[in-house]
Ligand binder design. Structure first.
Ligand code: PMP
Length: 309
């Protein structure tokens, strides 16, 4: 086991190197213009089996390869190859804990006068141990952000394009400085888009509702998983449609979902109690089911998991 439990390696431009050797030239396009695309993937540790599983690895890499096309980048690896590289990296790291994996492809041209030069890109993956990023047991205290979500014709929010994350950082900064856990960002039309780095969904009258992808949200893999679990394990009706700001206030339950946050109840929005102000019963059931699935304790969803072996 990696005793210090911290990052030692990176897969960097075709080879495994010491993490300290994985550095980018200050003249690169990515530094100046944010021309890159990344992913956030989790691997979960199953204590009893002493084994780790990567959650929906190929789906994450497919999203990355697909959305790279938005910035005219042709990633030369396949999702299968990237999954294999990730397994190799995690085996070398040997964290024996829940892990966050960060792949990133970036424009590496050293001529800042050239913008996107499609053959000139760098690629890395590194990983680090990560448990919960916020306390997801007691309910989050959220505001609606004063910032507006970027839209598809600015820089598409559907994929994890590096430069777009300034929009998310502004939401996080404002919310935290004002004493909230996070902020929900609205579209230019005033519809609910998503949280500051996670998707959001509501439950009203026993039905789950999440914004459509055309409401400027990231095409979340956790949201997709959650919809399947709600339908197949909890028999819940689900719908994708626009949600208004005030519909959040009158929902029975509101929750976040995403690779970082996982599944977390929201119990307060803009100082209004959601439901009875306690974590919702459906959300907590979903959270329990989700953790069983991602740790390999539900055979039905084993094809979502790639063993680190
Ligand atoms: N929205 C944004 C802006 C995000 O950065 C993330 C995290 N990747 C999500 C939603 C959730 O997506 P996923 O479930 O694929 O991690």
């Amino acid at each position: 086991m990696n005793k210090k439990n911290k990052t030692k390696y990176a897969f960097f431009n075709g080879e495994f190197v010491d993490i300290e050797e994985a550095n980018i030239n200050i003249r690169s396009n990515i530094i100046h213009y944010g021309g890159g695309i990344f992913e956030g993937i989790r691997a979960y540790w199953n204590k009893e089996e002493e084994k780790g599983y990567i959650f929906r690895a190929e789906d994450h890499y497919k999203r990355m390869i697909n959305n790279a096309k938005i910035i005219a980048m042709d990633i030369k690896y396949s999702s299968e190859e990237l999954t294999k590289i990730t397994i190799e990296l995690l085996k070398k790291e040997n964290f024996a804990s829940d892990t966050y994996i960060r792949p990133l492809a970036y424009y590496s041209s050293l001529n800042i006068l050239e913008k996107f030069t499609s053959d000139d890109y760098g690629f890395f993956i590194y990983a680090f141990p990560l448990e919960e990023i916020l306390d997801i047991s007691k309910g989050l205290n959220i505001c609606v952000s004063s910032w507006t979500r970027i839209n598809d014709n600015m820089i598409a929010p559907r994929g994890k394009i590096v430069g777009t994350y300034v929009n998310i950082c502004l939401v996080n900064y404002e919310a935290k400085k004002n004493g909230y856990d996070d902020g929900i960002i609205l579209t230019q039309n005033g519809h609910v888009a998503e949280g500051g780095g996670q998707n959001v969904g509501i439950i009203r009258d026993n039905k789950f509702i999440a914004p459509p992808v055309s409401d400027d949200i990231l095409e979340g893999i956790t949201l997709d998983s959650v919809i399947i679990i709600l339908k197949d394990e909890m028999g819940m009706e689900t719908e994708r449609r626009s949600i208004d700001r005030t519909e959040l206030y009158i929902s029975d339950e509101v929750f976040y979902c995403g690779t970082g946050i996982q599944v977390s109840p929201i119990t307060c929005i803009d100082k209004r109690k959601i439901g009875d102000g306690k974590p919702g019963k459906y959300t907590m059931k979903l959270q329990e089911l989700f953790f069983k699935i991602v740790r390999g304790r539900n055979e039905r969803y084993k094809d979502w998991l790639t063993p680190i072996a």
